[in-house]
Design a protein around this ligand. Structure first.
Ligand SMILES: [Zn+2]
Length: 207
């Protein structure tokens, strides 16, 4: 039997498999994500969305009594001593002050902020067809920061090369890259949660 989960520290959780609500093992070729890596929305005690973590981390928080499950995925975790529904949304039991600036600067987060849209030609592309462009090239002293990185298609990236925007008459940013803020954090969580119906009510889609 193939084992979809890489062994990690939490043995009881690592040695487990999620099965569907019907009790059948999902077909590996149909499974897009390892169940324990499925994103889980994390809410503060106040129901404010604060983060996204993997299902494994969410289960640890629930098992430790730090958080409770608010919404379930519909599958169940079967481990040595634990049978519990896989969470889709969890809520911390104690309110925590969370500095929003802590979200990692990553390719994924920059692409989410920029809505998978090349910031020069406005093409909306799949993640694999986009790269990150340093607005001020690294060779010219540009830093890898939220304010200097944008989603960019490979054509525009090649065209821009090591030049500054001031040196290129026909290339313009569709908008200034935003520094990380509470707004960015909400936007990223909305982008990630837009396909998950159980997340929507926590992510203020109505505004
Ligand atoms: Zn482009």
């Amino acid at each position: 039997m193939s084992h979809p989960v890489k062994p990690r520290k939490q043995k009881s959780i690592a040695k487990c498999q999620a099965v569907t609500a019907q009790g059948e093992h999902p077909q590996p070729q149909l499974r897009t994500r390892v169940p324990l890596q499925t994103p889980v929305l994390v809410l503060n005690a106040s129901y404010e969305p604060i983060n996204i973590c993997g299902a494994r981390r969410a289960l640890v928080l629930v098992l430790k009594g730090v958080a409770r499950t608010e919404e379930e995925q519909g599958s169940t975790l079967h481990a040595a001593r634990v049978h519990m529904p896989m969470p889709s949304v969890i809520r911390l039991l104690e309110y925590r002050r969370i500095p929003h600036q802590t979200r990692a600067l990553s390719r994924k987060n920059i692409l989410l902020r920029d809505r998978n849209t090349c910031q020069y030609c406005h093409c909306i592309l799949s993640t694999g067809d986009l790269t990150l462009d340093h607005v001020i090239p690294r060779s010219r002293g540009g830093l890898s920061t939220w304010e200097n990185l944008v989603a960019c298609c490979h054509d525009c990236n090649r065209r821009k090369g090591n030049q500054l925007l001031q040196e290129l008459a026909d290339m313009h940013l569709s908008r200034e890259p935003r520094p990380f803020s509470l707004h960015t954090s909400r936007h990223i969580m909305r982008m990630m949660g837009s396909s998950d119906a159980s997340w929507r009510k926590y992510l203020y889609f109505e505004d």
